[in-house]
Design a protein around this ligand. Sequence first.
Ligand code: PLP
Length: 368
Amino acid sequence: MSKDLKTGISTRAIHAGQSAEPVTGAVMTPVFQTSTYAQPHPGAWAWEYSRTHNPTRTAVQDCIASLEGGKHGLCFSSGMAAIDTLLRTLNPGDRVLCGDDVYGGTYRLFTKVLARFGLLFDFVEMSSPDLVVPAGTALVWCESPTNPLLKTTDLAAVAAKARAVGARFVVDNTFSTPVYQRPLEIGATAVVHSTTKYLNGHSDVIGGVIVTSDDALAEQLAFLQNGVGAVPGPWDSFLTLRGLKTLAVRMERHTANATAIAAWLRARDDVATVRYPGFSGMVSFDLQGDLDAAVRFVKATRVFTLAESLGGVESLIELPAIMTHASVPPDIRAQLGIADGLIRLSCGIEDLADLKADLEIAFTAAAG
Ligand SMILES: *Cc1c(COP(=O)(O)O)cnc(C)c1O
């Protein structure tokens, strides 16, 4: 089924980029576990070498491209590898304007690795309506909603500001997924995901993807994907393809559970601020009390697993200040509003009653 098929997103999640395997008719795209391919004549080939192309990888790339409404999808061995590859299209001296509360690994890659190669980064409050994209900016990097404060950005407005100065506009769409937000349709140059999270959805793969409709950028990215080589193997590609099939129904349930939990938390006296953007499965809240109370809270849950990461079918809980965001200096965390008692939930797709009962136990433990 072609990747530009004009069907609904649930249908595309199941069919886009895939057709019955021609030799046997196998309905599911096989795991093409091979590094190389026989050539009928020297240099005459449909498939050459699996760093360059692999049919299982191509299927998942085309499927995700279709979900984001883009022409080209390129998969990588991790979200970080996708982000790194995208940044390698820039040159020393190029300026990047980046949200000030992006994923910790992205902040680390930009400031500790890529800055050494001459890229210049400015960190700003991306969700501010007063955002200025300075002339001379090569690329604008945005996450919406952000992590862990779940602030949202008017992507169309930032796209227009980036376009006005000739900057590329890239959106990390990991937290939202194309079910709720398709940045390419509102002016983004490219979208990236950690497919590790909602797109695969089962906490059993590390992966990343870039989607773009810009032919020249896609060509540059394909060159880098092959030339640098941070590609996913066929098994990871297969698992991601399999996970994608249920994306739309999973997101519905993630949203239903998170919506109910956010409302339930808001009604409590022992919770200060609750942050939930109204879609997807991430909720964060400030627990009344000190760091010790927050530690007691996250250690008490049994259905919510104390773990980093997010977006899987199982619910996870974590303390950003000492887990996902520990690498952000304390003064910057304080400035951003990431308090010691801030708790982040990745609401899974279990029974809502069980999730609430589990949190109820944690509130008791925190108070104790
Ligand atoms: C997890 C994550 C990444 C990094 O992806 P990996 O697959 O862990 O390398 C990048 N951006 C966001 C928003 C993430 O949540």
